[in-house]
Write a protein that binds this ligand. Structure first.
Ligand SMILES: [Zn+2]
Ligand SMILES: [Zn+2]
Length: 69
């Protein structure tokens, strides 16, 4: 199975992000299934932000896209 990173956000959501190809995937050029709980998590990274899903839904975003100080 290809290793994935688990991103943990301050909103409590977790995203699994593709990390690298495993030997099997390199040959077939196809990633192993991302959406299974059996995905190998190689590292867990913590973010002090909300996940992209929550950000796109609005919320209390202080600095939005195209909005600079
Ligand atoms: Zn794989
Ligand atoms: Zn979220």
């Amino acid at each position: 199975m290809c290793p994935y990173y688990a991103y943990t956000f301050s909103c409590g959501h977790t995203q699994t992000v593709f990390a690298t190809w495993c030997a099997k995937a390199q040959i077939s050029q196809r990633r192993c299934n991302t959406r299974t709980s059996s995905a190998t998590i190689s590292a867990t990274l913590k973010f002090e932000e909300k996940c992209p899903d929550c950000l796109s839904m609005g919320g209390s975003l202080t600095v939005g896209p195209g909005q600079r100080r």
